[in-house]
Design a protein around this ligand. Structure first.
Ligand SMILES: Nc1ncnc2c1ncn2[C@@H]1O[C@H](COP(=O)(O)OP(=O)(O)OP(=O)(O)O)[C@@H](O)[C@H]1O
Ligand SMILES: [Mg+2]
Length: 307
């Protein structure tokens, strides 16, 4: 297997404050690699260091077998990058912005560019500063994709995109992978990574706390369910159902944590007069707390490589 990205003990400190510490990971050619972590965990720092936009304090980052500080230009030629936060030229229209970046790449396949614009339903005539957050993000995504790069490095690419556009985005991503690209995708949403990635590294407080296949993350995923009934309902109806834990019942309302399929809970709830059913995906931070407790997950020592 060819490693497209190799990070070894990659560390970046900002003065006295932690950025990332001893980040080790390897992304193989053709895989969609998820980089999951809550706000402030170190996702952007890792990506920026990997791309030589900032210099590591110690450790190394190799992309395509090239140390990124040694020859960033040849790396940048071969990648598409969606930065976590970006500002583009306010006065250019979306269309002019895409052209500008296409020219920097020495031109792109016009038909492919047009198909991306159509697919993401981007109005290319507006000036960049007039775009909403989501539309700015669409421009960023098209810039990263339009030259069909070998490697896509995506820093929370779906932020600001509505659910329909997110679907379009992931569909497009699958196509680029089928065409041979490799993807490194950062996110703070477990379900998004679960749906789209092959392997996942979880970063928390600047350290990798888990590295596994997506299947290995199944035990992390769960829902917070709240059922509101017309009358009293016995907790016994739910307490022994598969995947149910942390059941709390009060005033005709039943709250529980459900790991895995939600069907048994839905079936049980349907036996009673149900007024409301709310199922929520907890934030990654809540998921971590449920999994590792309040102690730093960094001490969990669960780094296992699921290949
Ligand atoms: N320029 C900087 N100067 C000082 N500290 C910084 C700087 N950039 C990042 N940090 C710190 O480094 C840590 C990691 O930040 P980073 O932006 O990499 O997190 P992130 O995982 O991308 O978060 P988010 O999900 O909010 O984008 C944070 O504690 C942050 O405060
Ligand atoms: Mg970030």
């Amino acid at each position: 297997m060819t490693a497209v990205i190799e990070l070894a003990k990659l560390t970046k400190t900002y003065g006295k404050s932690r950025g990332i510490i001893d980040v080790d990971l390897q992304v193989n050619q053709g895989e969609v690699f998820g980089f999951l972590g809550p706000n402030g965990a170190g996702k952007t720092t890792t990506i920026r260091t990997m791309l030589d936009l900032i210099r590591p304090t110690r450790g190394t980052a190799m992309v395509f077998g090239i140390e990124s500080s040694a020859d960033p230009v040849s790396i940048h030629k071969r990648i598409g990058y969606v930065p976590g936060e970006f500002a583009l030229y306010d006065r250019l229209t979306g269309g002019q912005t895409l052209e500008y970046f296409a020219n920097l790449r020495g031109g792109v396949d016009k038909a492919y560019q047009a198909s991306l614009i159509e697919r993401f339903d981007l109005d290319t005539k507006k000036r960049f500063k007039q775009y909403s957050k989501g539309n700015k993000q669409k421009v960023g995504v098209i810039i990263a994709l339009q030259h069909k790069p070998e490697l896509l490095i995506l820093d929370e690419p779906t932020s600001g995109l509505d659910p329909l556009v997110q679907q379009t985005f992931f569909m497009t991503l699958r196509e680029t992978v089928q065409a041979g690209s490799t993807v490194f995708l950062s996110s703070h949403i477990l379900s998004e990574v679960e749906k789209s990635c092959d392997r996942v590294a979880i970063i928390r407080d600047g350290r990798i706390v888990k590295l596994d296949t997506v299947d290995g993350l199944r035990d992390l995923a769960h829902h917070q369910v709240e059922l509101r009934f017309a009358g009293a309902v016995p907790a016994d109806a739910f307490i022994n159902l598969p995947g149910v834990s942390e059941l709390v019942a009060a005033d005709h309302v039943m709250r529980m944590r459900v790991a895995g399929p939600i069907t048994p809970v839905v079936r049980a709830a349907a036996q009673f007069e149900l007024l409301d059913f709310v199922s929520r995906e907890p934030s990654l931070e809540e998921t971590f707390l449920a999994q590792y407790g309040n102690a730093a997950a960094a001490e969990a020592g669960t780094v296992s490589d699921g290949r």
